[in-house]
Design a protein around this ligand. Structure first.
Ligand SMILES: [Zn+2]
Length: 379
C-alpha cells in the first residue's frame, strides 16, 4: 500500500515538473517572439491586381498524372471537373498499376475498357515495366512484346518511374542503372512504335545536399525525411542525370519526355543546352511550376524560345492546384502564394505567356506527340 502511494506521489511530481517546464519554455518563446519556421505564415500586405483563374484560357492536355483506381473508377465526376478547368485530355501514366505481370495486364485491360466504354476521347494510358525482373531469362523480349500488345490495345506511351536509377535492384541486389544495356530493346521498340517514353529520373538536387540552414529544401527534408539521399548510399544527382541523358543520346529515334523539367528548372540555361543537345527530348512542367514562378522574366524567355519542346503536366490531380498553374502561365500577377510550402517558401509571379506559346504548351505540342487525341476537342 505504502509502495503504491510512493509511486503515485512520484508520478504526480513528474507531471507537475513537466507542466512547469512546458509552461516556462512557452513563456520564454512568447517573450522572445520565437516560433517554428512551419508556423510562420505572413500574410502579404501588398495590394496589386489579382487574377484568379479557374479555367485555362485554352483547352489543355495534362501529360503527367496518376489515377490509381482506373479499372473501376466512375469517371463521370472527374470529367465534369475537367470540363470546369478546360482540361480536354488527361494521361494516366500509371496504366499498369502494380504487382505481378498478370495483375498488371489485367489492370491495364480493365482501365482501357473503362475508358473505351465511357469517355474514349478524354483519357489516355501509359504502360509500365517491372525493372526488378531484369535478370530473368527473356526479360527484354517479354517487355517488348508486352509494350507492343499494350499499344495495339490503346496505350499511348511508356512511363518510367524514378525508382529506375535510384532504388530498383536486380536479383543480386545491385542498383539497376538507367542506361543498363539490357533495357536498350525497350527504348528501341518505343521508337519503332512511335510512342514517347516519359521518364522521371532523379529528384531535386537539394535532396543530396547537407540538411542544414542553407538547403533550399530543408523544410521538405524535415517533413519527409525519407527523401534525403545520403551520398554514401546513393548514386549522386549528377550520376543519375548522366545515365538518363546517355539513353537520350543512344536512342535518337525514340522520343523521350524528360519529366519535371529534368530537375533543371532551377537552371534553365542548362535545360536549354540539354534540349539543344538532344532533339529527341521534350520536357514538361509537372510539380515544378514554383521554379518557373520565381523567375518570371527568365522563364518567359525560356518558354518562348523552347515553345515547341514543353508540355503541360501536373502530377497530382487537385483542381485548386491547377488554378495556380494557370495563374503562373497566363497572368502577370505578382507575389502570390504557392500551395505547398515545402516545395517553395517563396512567392509566385505570373509569366504572362503570349497566346501562341500558351497554345503550344497547353495542347499543340501534345497533339503532335499523341496523334490519337482528337483534335476536335481543341477547336
Ligand atoms: Zn508522376
Amino acid at each position: 500500500m505504502k509502495f503504491l502511494k510512493y509511486i503515485f506521489l512520484f508520478s504526480l511530481s513528474i507531471l507537475v515538473i513537466g507542466l512547469s517546464v512546458y509552461y516556462v519554455v512557452d513563456l520564454v518563446q512568447t517573450k522572445n517572439n520565437l516560433m517554428d519556421i512551419e508556423e510562420y505564415s505572413p500574410k502579404s500586405t501588398l495590394v496589386v491586381p489579382e487574377n484568379i483563374i479557374t479555367k485555362a484560357k485554352y483547352p489543355f492536355v495534362d501529360v503527367h498524372n496518376h489515377i490509381w483506381n482506373m479499372p473501376l473508377k466512375d469517371l463521370s465526376d472527374m470529367v465534369k471537373e475537367m470540363d470546369s478547368m478546360n482540361m480536354a485530355f488527361i494521361i494516366n501514366l500509371s496504366g499498369s498499376g502494380r504487382g505481378t505481370q498478370a495483375l498488371r495486364d489485367e489492370y491495364f485491360s480493365k482501365s482501357i475498357s473503362n475508358i473505351k466504354d465511357n469517355f474514349p476521347t478524354r483519357f489516355g494510358l501509359f504502360v509500365n515495366v517491372d525493372f526488378e525482373r531484369i535478370d530473368e531469362d527473356g526479360f527484354s523480349q517479354m517487355n517488348v512484346n508486352m509494350i507492343k500488345d499494350a499499344v495495339s490495345r490503346g496505350a499511348i506511351g511508356l512511363k518510367i518511374y524514378k525508382s529506375l536509377g535510384l532504388t530498383s535492384k536486380d536479383s543480386k541486389g545491385n542498383r539497376i542503372a538507367i542506361n543498363d544495356v539490357r533495357l536498350d530493346p525497350i527504348w528501341n521498340v518505343c521508337g519503332e512504335l512511335n510512342i514517347p517514353v516519359l521518364i522521371h529520373s532523379g529528384e531535386p538536387a537539394s535532396f543530396w545536399e547537407p540538411k542544414d540552414k542553407y538547403n533550399e529544401r530543408w523544410l521538405e527534408l524535415r517533413q519527409k525525411p525519407g527523401r534525403y539521399r545520403d551520398p554514401k548510399e546513393n548514386p549522386s544527382f549528377e550520376e543519375v542525370l548522366a545515365e538518363q541523358h546517355d539513353i537520350f543520346r543512344k536512342h535518337p529515334n525514340t522520343i523521350f519526355i524528360n519529366a519535371h523539367l529534368g530537375w533543371m528548372g532551377n537552371d534553365l540555361g542548362r535545360l536549354g543546352r540539354h534540349l539543344d543537345k538532344y532533339p529527341n527530348v521534350m520536357t514538361e512542367i509537372a510539380a515544378v511550376i514554383a521554379e518557373l514562378g520565381r523567375q518570371p522574366i527568365y522563364a518567359r524567355n525560356f518558354l518562348t524560345k523552347y515553345q515547341d519542346r514543353i508540355l503541360f503536366g501536373k502530377d497530382t490531380y487537385r483542381v485548386s492546384e491547377y488554378h495556380l498553374y494557370f495563374r503562373v502561365l497566363e497572368t502577370s500577377d505578382e507575389h502570390f502564394d504557392y500551395f505547398r510550402k515545402r516545395h517553395a517558401h517563396w512567392r509566385m509571379y505570373g509569366l504572362n505567356l503570349p497566346d501562341d506559346v500558351l497554345k503550344k504548351i497547353y495542347y499543340k505540342n501534345a497533339l503532335k506527340l499523341f496523334p490519337s487525341i482528337s483534335g476536335d476537342l481543341f477547336e
